[in-house]
Design a protein around this ligand. Structure first.
Ligand SMILES: [Zn+2]
Length: 370
């Protein structure tokens, strides 16, 4: 089948291989098509795809838990779903949920073993999948729960085209597209203390920074989706300073550091899907990375503080000797840290030994291509 007018590419039996940005925005972000295969409910059976997979909801007792949405209201994890066709739903389960749920049985060690065995692709794409589903869901949820303030969707301010790269990435198992060097962004796997008495699960995303964070049991997972792995290098001094297990606030602060780094990146890579002929043979996703390597702007404490306040404002009442308002202001100014004390030393939570936290980072390539 020839290339469509919107530049999408189908294979000879009509299956959508490359989904163009225009088609993604029109059919997935603004339409009701299956977000993987582009078919509609008129063509094929649909069911609901959980944004957080069922096994995760079960394992961490989240069916009755809630997600904090950008409108600050809570939505039950168990009903947090988007439409997807049955066939694609089953394939997503098989490709992502079965192997990843098996890895999570072993906690941090299990997830780490999976990544060391097969590379970071699957876990990275899985995080991208949850991040994209979370944002697609936002168009179905109102920004203001008070109807008198209007029916605007949470997603009103999203520039959907900027999510196109994620869409290509999470469809790679469906299209068979190869993943080129630097197509994956930063990935971090960090050990957290599961016995702090806090909730065993936490989830947050920073939309503008394309950064995702999830804490489940003793595992904290981090990803930045559009940085070609630059940001994990930019926060190396933070990672080097972590000498013990993270507590929940520290885990979130690390997410803020990663997100803030991405907001300082001045020469962002671009991504493209290539093929050898109009039928979409040898489909591959490639990254164009600046030959000079990543360049970051000078640290802007207002930006770092904005992200830290966004991710940590719910715990401003927990800082000894300070009012919640004072703590919130210090967060905004990037003048308070849960990770490091005034001397720059890692703040031990007190419950764990002083062994160095287990931090895993993965690079597809250690040097930038010429
Ligand atoms: Zn489908």
């Amino acid at each position: 089948m020839p290339i469509a007018t919107d530049s999408s590419v189908h294979d000879r039996v009509g299956r959508l291989l490359y989904c163009s940005a225009d088609r993604f925005v029109a059919n997935v972000c603004e339409g009701e098509h299956c977000f993987i295969c582009d078919r509609t409910e008129r063509e094929v059976d649909f069911n609901r795809e959980h944004i957080l997979p069922n096994w995760l909801l079960r394992r961490f007792g989240l069916h009755r838990g809630s997600v904090t949405l950008p409108n600050r209201k809570l939505h039950g994890y168990g009903t947090y779903t988007i439409p997807c066709c049955v066939e694609c739903n089953n394939r997503l389960s098989k490709h992502f949920e079965t192997p990843i749920s098996e890895a999570f049985v072993g906690g941090l060690a299990g997830v780490k073993a999976m990544v060391e065995r097969e590379g970071p692709e699957r876990i990275f794409q899985w995080m991208a999948l949850i991040f994209l589903k979370m944002h697609l869901k936002d168009r179905l949820l109102r920004k203001h729960l008070d109807r008198r303030l209007g029916d605007t969707a949470i997603s009103e301010t999203y520039d959907w085209a900027t999510f196109h790269h994620l869409h290509c990435l999470i469809r790679a198992h469906h299209t068979g597209a190869a993943i080129g060097d630097y197509v994956l962004g930063s990935v971090l796997l960090v050990e957290v203390d599961p016995n702090t008495g806090d909730e065993v699960f936490d989830l947050a995303s920073v939309t503008d920074a394309f950064t995702f964070y999830m804490r489940a049991g003793d595992v904290a997972l981090y990803a930045t989706f559009n940085d070609a792995q630059a940001c994990v290098g930019a926060i190396d001094h933070v990672l080097q300073g972590i000498t013990g297990m993270l507590n929940p606030a520290q885990a979130r602060e690390l997410a803020a550091e990663l997100a803030a780094a991405n907001l300082h990146l001045t020469n962002r890579p671009t991504f493209q899907t290539l093929m050898s002929n109009p039928d979409g043979a040898d489909l591959r996703i490639v990254a164009h990375v600046p030959a000079c390597g990543p360049v970051f702007a000078d640290k802007d404490h207002d930006i770092v503080g904005f992200v830290k306040h966004f991710l940590l404002n719910h715990i401003t009442g927990t800082v000894e000797g300070r009012s919640p308002e004072e703590t919130a202001e210090l967060l905004r100014q990037n003048k308070i840290s849960f990770l490091f004390n005034n001397e720059g030393n890692f703040i031990e939570s007190g419950r764990q030994s002083d062994k160095r936290a287990s931090i895993g980072t993965w690079w597809q390539k250690s040097v930038a291509p010429g």
